[in-house]
Design a protein around this ligand. Structure first.
Ligand SMILES: *Cc1c(COP(=O)(O)O)cnc(C)c1O
Length: 451
C-alpha cells in the first residue's frame, strides 16, 4: 500500500486560480438588478464587494494569479493530502480504485478558508475595516473569522438561529478568532425585525441570514459583505483543490473516470471539479462528474432553472440558477447540511448543458456511509462531505456489480468534529429520511421574480 497518501511539497501550491469561464462553450446568463431586472455592471456591486473581487466575478481570463501573501497563508495547510481509500475499497469489496482529496486539514476544518483568506486579503487591500456575513452550521463563519483575524478585520456573523442554538462550539470557535456572532433572524436589521414580527419563533434560514448580512454591509460605510459559496469568485478561489488533485493523480498514475463532490451552494464541488470540467470541454474527455445533494434540499435534481434572489428578502441581484425558491425553509429534521435554496450559477449552467450529472441522496444512507468510511479510513467526515462519500459508495458498488475497476476520486470537503450531535442523533435512530415535496417546488415557482 505504498500510495496511501500522496503529498505535494509547498512549492506545488498552485500559483494561479483557474477560471472555467474562459473555457465554457456557452455564455453565462447575465446577473440582473433586483429592482430594474436589467443586467448589472461592476459599479452596482461596489457597495458590497471590493473592486478586485468584482473584477474576478466577471473575469473571463483563464488564469488569475494568487497573491504571494495569500499563498503564504495557504502554506499553513496546503497542498492538502490525497488518499487512496485502500481499506474502504476492501470493506466495499469493490474492484474500483477510490481516491479522496482531504480539505479537513485547514484550521477551520473545511475547504472554506481557501476563499475566506483571499476575500479578507482583497478587502484589506481596499481598506475595508469591517465585514458582515452569514453562516449556517458555522463552517463559513469560522473560516472567515479565521481569515479576518489574520488581517485584523472586524467581523459580524449572522448565524442561522437553529444552528446557533444547536452548535455552541462553532460559535465559540468564531469568537475565539474574534468575530461577533448573533442568531438570525436578529433584531439588528430591518430584514431580521420583519421576520421576527411575522414569525417570532422562526428557526432562521441561510436566505434570511444573507438578507441581514447584505443589509448590514449596504447600510454601513465601513463594512463590506462576504459570501462563502455560490459566486463565481468563490468557485474560482476553490480551484486550487482540483489543480492539486490533478497533479496528485498524475503521481498516482491515473486519470479519474469519475469525479464526485457534495453540493450546497456548489463551491467545494466547483473547486474540485472545474479543472476536470475544463479538460472535458477542451479535450473531450469522457470523465463523469457527479454532484451529490440531499434529498431534503435538492436544488439541482428537483429545483427550477430560473432567475431568483440569493436571499429571502429579495435584496441580492438576480442570478439564473437551480433553485427551490428564495422562501425555502429547510426541514428541521434534516441534519446533513447543504441547506441552501439555490446553486452556484456556473454549476447550474454546467448541469443544464449536461457537462455534469447530479444525484440526490437520503440522509440515513449518508450517515451510514460516513460511519463505514470512518471505521475503515479513520477520518470522521462532515455530514456535508458524507454526501460525496455516499456518491462514491454508489459508484464503487456499481463497479462491484459490473466488475469494472474504475478510478473514482471524490472531495472530502471537511471533518465532522463539530457535527457529533448529528452523529449522535443518527446512532439514536432519530434521523428520518425526508424527501422535499414536489408541490413545494411548484409553490415556490409562483414566488420567483418575474424577469
Ligand atoms: C460549507 C460546506 C459545504 C457546502 O458548501 P459548498 O459551497 O457547496 O461547498 C460542504 N462541505 C463542507 C465541509 C462545508 O463546510
Amino acid at each position: 500500500m505504498t500510495d496511501t497518501k500522496i503529498v505535494l511539497p509547498e512549492s506545488e501550491i498552485p500559483r494561479h486560480w483557474y477560471n472555467l469561464a474562459a473555457d465554457l462553450p456557452f455564455p453565462l446568463p447575465p446577473v440582473l438588478h433586483p429592482g430594474t431586472g436589467q443586467p448589472i455592471g461592476p459599479a452596482d456591486l461596489a457597495p458590497l464587494f471590493p473592486m478586485s473581487l468584482i473584477l474576478q466575478e466577471v473575469s473571463t481570463d483563464r488564469w488569475i494569479e494568487i497573491p504571494e501573501e495569500v499563498r503564504d497563508i495557504y502554506r499553513l495547510w496546503r497542498p492538502s493530502p490525497l488518499y487512496r481509500a485502500h481499506r474502504w475499497e476492501k470493506a466495499l469489496d469493490t474492484p474500483a480504485k477510490i481516491y479522496y482529496k482531504y480539505e479537513g486539514v485547514s484550521p477551520a476544518g473545511s475547504h472554506k478558508p481557501n476563499t475566506a483568506v483571499p476575500q479578507a486579503y482583497y478587502n484589506k487591500q481596499a481598506g475595508t475595516r469591517r465585514l458582515s456575513t452569514e453562516t449556517g452550521a458555522g463552517q463559513w463563519g469560522s473560516a472567515l473569522a479565521f481569515a479576518c483575524s489574520l488581517f485584523d478585520i472586524e467581523l459580524k456573523v449572522y448565524m442561522v438561529k437553529v444552528s446557533y442554538q444547536q452548535k455552541p462550539y462553532r460559535r465559540a470557535l468564531m469568537e475565539t478568532w474574534g468575530a461577533k456572532v448573533v442568531p438570525s433572524p436578529s433584531p439588528d436589521t430591518n430584514a431580521g425585525r420583519a421576520i421576527l414580527a411575522a414569525t417570532p419563533d422562526s428557526p432562521g434560514s441561510l436566505g434570511i441570514a444573507i438578507s441581514e448580512a447584505v443589509e448590514d454591509a449596504a447600510t454601513r460605510e465601513d463594512t463590506k459583505y462576504s459570501l462563502g459559496s455560490v459566486l463565481n469568485h468563490v468557485m474560482l478561489h476553490q480551484t486550487i483543490i482540483g489543480q492539486e488533485t490533478k497533479r496528485q493523480m498524475e503521481i498516482a498514475g491515473y486519470y479519474p473516470d469519475v469525479i464526485i463532490g457534495c453540493v450546497g451552494g456548489g463551491s467545494n464541488f466547483a473547486g474540485f471539479a472545474f479543472p476536470f470540467v475544463g479538460d472535458k470541454v477542451t479535450q473531450g474527455n469522457q470523465t463523469r462528474i457527479i454532484a451529490v445533494e440531499p434529498l431534503a434540499a435538492p436544488s439541482l435534481t428537483k429545483g427550477l432553472y430560473a432567475y431568483d434572489f440569493g436571499d429571502t428578502a429579495g435584496m441580492t441581484p438576480l442570478v439564473k440558477m437551480h433553485t427551490l425558491g428564495h422562501s425555502f425553509i429547510p426541514a428541521p429534521i434534516h441534519a446533513g447540511g447543504l441547506r441552501y435554496h439555490g446553486m452556484a450559477p456556473m454549476v447550474s449552467a454546467l448541469y443544464d448543458h449536461d457537462l455534469i450529472e447530479a444525484i440526490a441522496v437520503p440522509q440515513t444512507a449518508v450517515f451510514n456511509a460516513a460511519v463505514r468510511f470512518a471505521r475503515t479510513e479513520g477520518i470522521l467526515p462532515a455530514p456535508e462531505s458524507a454526501h460525496a462519500i455516499r456518491g462514491a459508495e454508489i459508484e464503487a458498488l456499481r463497479c462491484k456489480e459490473s466488475g469494472e475497476s474504475k478510478v473514482i476520486v471524490f472531495n472530502l470537503s471537511g471533518h465532522g468534529h463539530f457535527d457529533l450531535g448529528a452523529y449522535d442523533a443518527y446512532f439514536a435512530g432519530k434521523l428520518q429520511d425526508y424527501e422535499y415535496p414536489e408541490e413545494e417546488v411548484r409553490r415556490a415557482q409562483a414566488d420567483l421574480p418575474k424577469v
